[in-house]
Write a protein that binds this ligand. Structure first.
Ligand SMILES: Cc1cc2nc3c(=O)[nH]c(=O)nc-3n(C[C@H](O)[C@H](O)[C@H](O)COP(=O)(O)O)c2cc1C
Length: 266
């Protein structure tokens, strides 16, 4: 029989060992995330910084761009999501914070949200971003959690049941605050905002294509329903939904094929 004193020492040692084990698991986990350049701080995710990642030219991205509606269940890597958000509204000039897409009078009316599904965005092998709605912070190149849970099914319902909105691992929703542009340009500002969202969407299309991903610009949806599902701020109005995922079938063509199309018509 062990004396009560030894039992007490043994249980204290066991507790210390258990605590050390739990702490090492936690530290290992945070280090793993930092290694891939992603820092998850409370409800903000600092995205990997934008850098040159693609090997295809702009003309090839244009050639291979197609609206893609069928995706694999494969998650989108955070590095790729980072590049797509940067293409949509990221900073490309450091004096004034001008962006990758042009804006009338640099009034920047657009706000970008992402609706992330369960296991939709991979931070690394087997580690995923929590499902939810996140808002892109242009000047910190980060995303901030605004609502928890997988809202893709509800979003698809608000988009007339277009299943690609539900099936994509992550879905971009571009909104606009019209007043930022109409305050300077009056009624004409509305036209400028509509033009501008097209610039951002085309950047998303081309970047997704260059990264081996697919997307489709979705304009058919009930505005108020999308606004409610995403949980946008009062002045923000949704303009475009763009599901993002790995294409089930990448679109294939060549400049030779396009050349023959033209030659046959000359
Ligand atoms: C303003 C606009 C709204 C669109 N809305 C939808 C939509 O609601 N659902 C959809 O599946 N595709 C939508 N599209 C994608 C078009 O169907 C697609 O661009 C067109 O068929 C040409 O194919 P491509 O993009 O592969 O060249 C939209 C495109 C634009 C420009």
């Amino acid at each position: 029989m062990l004396a009560p004193r030894y039992i007490w020492i043994a249980s204290l040692a066991a507790t210390v060992i258990l605590l050390l084990y739990v702490a090492s698991l936690f530290l290992g986990f945070s280090r793993q995330i930092q290694e891939v350049g992603v820092r998850v701080e409370a409800e903000e995710v600092l995205l990997p910084l934008p850098k040159k990642v693609t090997l295809i030219s702009v003309e090839e991205a244009m050639l291979y761009r197609r609206s893609i509606r069928d995706y694999l269940t494969t998650p989108v890597a955070i590095e790729k999501l980072s590049m797509i958000l940067w293409a949509a509204q990221g900073v490309s000039e450091t004096k004034w914070g001008l962006r990758t897409a042009p804006s009338a009078g640099a009034t920047y009316p657009l706000e970008v949200y992402i609706v992330v599904g369960a296991s939709g965005v991979a931070l690394e092998e087997g580690v995923y971003l929590e499902a939810g709605v996140y808002k892109y912070d242009v000047h910190r190149h980060s995303i901030k959690l605004v609502a928890e849970g997988d809202r893709r099914a509800e979003l698809a319902k608000a988009a007339l049941g277009q299943e690609w909105v539900e099936n994509a691992p992550v879905v971009i929703v571009i909104c606009a605050v019209y007043e930022r542009t109409t305050a300077r340009y009056g009624e004409r500002g509305y036209r400028y905002v509509y033009i501008e969202v097209g610039h951002a969407a085309q950047n998303i299309y081309l970047m997704a294509t260059a990264l081996g991903l697919g997307t489709v610009a979705v304009g058919a949806f009930y505005d108020d329903e999308v606004a409610r599902v995403v949980g946008v701020e009062q002045r923000e109005r949704p303009l475009y939904i763009m599901p993002i995922g790995v294409p089930q079938q990448p679109y294939v063509t060549s400049f030779e094929e396009i050349g023959s199309y033209y030659s046959a018509r000359r």
